[in-house]
Design a protein around this ligand. Structure first.
Ligand code: SF4
Length: 265
């Protein structure tokens, strides 16, 4: 059993953390200190806060951290407004990201109706089938994300250096490796890792789940986020991402990070 830090050492640690919060994470070399400081911050936001929207606030923080980190990516990108081939694929995200996205679309009856339609199709289709029977994201309007500032981590980090490769994958359904620029996958992995470890530390469900079905549930009740933070298993019926259904190197990393931080909370 890990010993909890004494209050004076803990206060000093939190003071040291302040210099790293919201700062870009190094994509090469040792990023450990920045990751630990920001993970601790995200966990404390959700665990010690009282605001009913503190999960979506934590997601916003992680997303902004990913955005500043991604600015280090130097390769020219093929991505641009109006290019939306990747918005036809399966999307999974953490539950705080679902609430963050729901905030942006709650006021639009048109988008909410589109979410219900897409969720019905998604629920009836195994994850792998989504690579062949494309379900266009219900948030996509005129080939642009209508909730761009609120989009999940995975959407922010699907960056491509090759339009041809995107067309092969998303239009021709060919099984080819995605043309990520150097650093994009690392930035995504760090972002998901921090959120996942923070959720573990808060005792909240931490796996990625299918986005459209989860959005349907989040939109059904304006108090859904507060209920989920209070422990209600609102998303128990939503399919967990295949990659999170069994233990993996990544899940081990997240558990290890949470275990290292736990005595400092
Ligand atoms: S949330 Fe936005 S960026 Fe992500 S798949 Fe949907 S339309 Fe595309």
């Amino acid at each position: 059993m890990n010993q909890r830090l004494d209050p004076v050492t803990r206060a000093r640690l939190l003071q040291d953390d302040a210099q790293f919060l919201g700062q870009p994470i190094a994509l090469t070399g040792d990023a450990g200190q920045v990751i630990r400081a920001n993970t601790r911050h995200i966990a404390l936001m959700m665990r010690d806060g009282v605001a009913p929207d503190r999960a979506s606030a934590a997601a916003a923080f992680v997303e902004s951290l990913l955005d500043v980190t991604a600015r280090q990516i130097a390769a020219p990108l093929a991505c641009g407004k109006g290019c939306s081939h990747c918005c036809t694929t399966y999307v999974s995200c953490t539950i705080p990201e679902v609430f963050r996205l729901a905030q942006a679309i709650r006021g639009s009856e048109t988008t909410k109706a589109a979410v219900l339609t897409a969720a019905a199709r998604s629920k009836a289709m195994p994850q792998m089938q989504r690579e062949f029977d494309r379900v266009v994201c219900p948030i996509l309007v005129d080939h642009a994300c209508s909730a761009y500032a609120h989009r999940p981590v995975v959407c922010r980090s699907v960056l491509s250096t090759s339009l041809d490769r995107c067309l092969a994958i998303f239009q021709q359904n060919r099984s080819e490796p995605f043309a990520y620029p150097d650093g994009a996958e690392v930035a995504r992995i760090y972002s998901v890792l921090m959120m996942r470890a923070a959720l573990i530390l808060c005792g909240l469900p931490h796996q990625n789940i299918e986005m459209t079905h989860a959005l349907e549930i989040a939109l059904a009740d304006e108090h859904a986020e507060a209920r989920w933070l209070a422990g209600e298993p609102l998303f128990a019926s939503v399919a967990i991402d295949r990659g999170d259904q069994t233990t993996s190197d990544f899940s081990g990393l997240a558990e290890g990070l949470a275990a290292a931080i736990q005595p400092t909370l």
